[in-house]
Design a binder for this molecule. Sequence first.
Ligand SMILES: Cc1cc2nc3c(=O)[nH]c(=O)nc-3n(C[C@H](O)[C@H](O)[C@H](O)COP(=O)(O)O)c2cc1C
Length: 142
Amino acid sequence: MVAIAFYSITGQTKRFMEKTQLKAHQISDANPKYDMGQKYILIVPAYQDFMMDSVVDFLTFKDNKKNIIGIIGCGNRNFNDLFAQTAKKIAATLNIPILYLLEFSGTDEDVKNVRKIVHDLSKGESTKEVQKPKELRVTLAS
Ligand SMILES: Cc1cc2nc3c(=O)[nH]c(=O)nc-3n(C[C@H](O)[C@H](O)[C@H](O)COP(=O)(O)O)c2cc1C
């Protein structure tokens, strides 16, 4: 199974991870420098940059920046254009795909979709059947 790292400040992302029952490393503020040592995906909530120092410390440790293969963003759509801003920024900076976006601790549908994405990635496949959140769909301007 592909490895997973996640970060959580108020516990929503942690709750989501528990619902998926997927094994994952939680990035801690006390000791963020943890070497994943293998390919992995990152799951992060969205906050202003200054609140994400632990994630930056984690990403810049050893080969963690090289080993990341995709990101899942959590947030709150009331933030409009800033929805899932942290995942979007990390994806753009590290040139990795956003695999999925969800709000708070996710719906049953989000749990199912993320489990499928992780299982398919573990088999070396990318998931096509999962309906992507609207922010990730390509729309053709008319
Ligand atoms: C101070 C603060 C700032 C936030 N900023 C954003 C934001 O810019 N974009 C967004 O989508 N959600 C934002 N959120 C919502 C959180 O990302 C969302 O509630 C998330 O599920 C929290 O995850 P966590 O409990 O694992 O930390 C913010 C929440 C707080 C409390």
